[in-house]
Design a protein around this ligand. Sequence first.
Ligand code: 9MR
Length: 361
Amino acid sequence: MPTQSRRRILTAAPALLLAACKGPAQAQPPVSAPPLKQVVPFPLGVAAMTGQFGDPQFVDLLTRNFSQLTPEWEMKMEAILRDDGAFDYARSDAIAAFAADHGLRLHGHTLIWYAQKPAAFERIDGAGQPFADAYRNYILAVAGRYRGRVVGWDVVNEAINEDGEGERDCLWRRNLGPDYAALAFRHAREADPDAPLFLNDYFLDTLPNKRRSFLRLAERILKSGAPLTGLGSQTHVSIHMAPGAVRAAIKDLASLGLPIHVSELDVSIRNADGARGALDMTPLAERLAHQARVVHEAADAFTALPAHQRYAFTVWGLRDKDSWLRHPPNAGDGTDRPLLFDDDGRPKPAARALVDAAAGR
Ligand code: 9MR
C-alpha cells in the first residue's frame, strides 16, 4: 500500500472509533458540577478570544465558571504590532474591556515570545541599539497601557529549547544577548511597578530536563536582580502522562517560593503518538475518566501550595470545540476533547475532578 493512502487510513481510524463510541455503552457519563469559580479557592482562569464573545452560551458559561481571563492571542505582538511598527490596540483593548465589563481578572499574555517575529523587528535584526530601543519601547508601551488593568504578565514565554536542553536561539537573544529575558523583566517592571511578572513555559511536567533548564534560567534572572516574580507552567499534557509527573512539576517549581500559575492546562485524550499511532481501542468514557485523574492531580497539587503561591489555575479554552488542539495546524484527527466542558457546554468528569480536588476529596 503506498505510504500516503496508508497514512490516510490510519489517520481516519481514531475518528471512526470515537464516532462509534457514541453508543449507549460508551456514552459520556452524566456529570454535575457547581459553578467552578465558587468552589475553587484560587483564581480560576480560562483562555478566550473576542471572536467567541458573540455567542451568549459561551459568555454565560465563561462568566459563571471562571474568574480570570487570558487572551488566547489578542495581547500578543501578532495582534498589537503592525508591520510598519505602529501599535494597534483595537484587539487588546477589546478583550481588556470584556474582562473589565464582566468582572474578570485579566492576565496579560505575552510580551516576549520566540515564536513572534514581527516584521517591524525583523527589519532591524542586527541593528544594535535601535533594536534594543524598540524592544524597550514595545514592552514599556504595552505593559504601561495595561498597568492597573492586568493582574500579571507573561513577560517571557517559552525561552527553553524544545528538547529541554538549554535556551532557545531566537530573534531576541540574537540581538540582545543571553540576558534578553532579564532585560524584558526590567522593562516590564519599569512600566508596571505592581504586576506579578512571569516566566512561562511548556513540558515542564513532561520533560524533567526542561524543568531543570527552566529553573536554571529563572535563578539566573533572579540572581541578576531582575524582577521575575512568578513562574508559569503551561501544563499542556495528555492522558498518557505518568501518574505523579504533574504533581512533581508543580512542587518542584514552587520550591523557589514564587507564585505559580498553571497557565494553559489542557489534557489531550488522543493516542500516545497522535493520530498516526497504532489503533487505540480505549473507550471514550475511560479516556475521559483518565483525563479527570490528570486534572485532579494538577488541581490537588496546586491546592496544596501555600495560598501566596497560588496565583491562578488556568485552562486553555472553554469547551472542547474551542481548543487549539481541534483547530489547524494542530487539529490531528479533529476528535480531541482536552478541556473541562464538552462541545455543548456540559461539565465533563474533568470539571468534577477540579471541584473535588479543591474540596480536598
Ligand atoms: O491557542 C493559541 C492559538 O489560538 C494561537 O493561534 C497561537 C498563536 O498565537 O497561540 C496559541 O496559544 C499558545 C500560547 O500562546 C503559548 N503556549 C502554547 C499555546 C498553544 O499553541
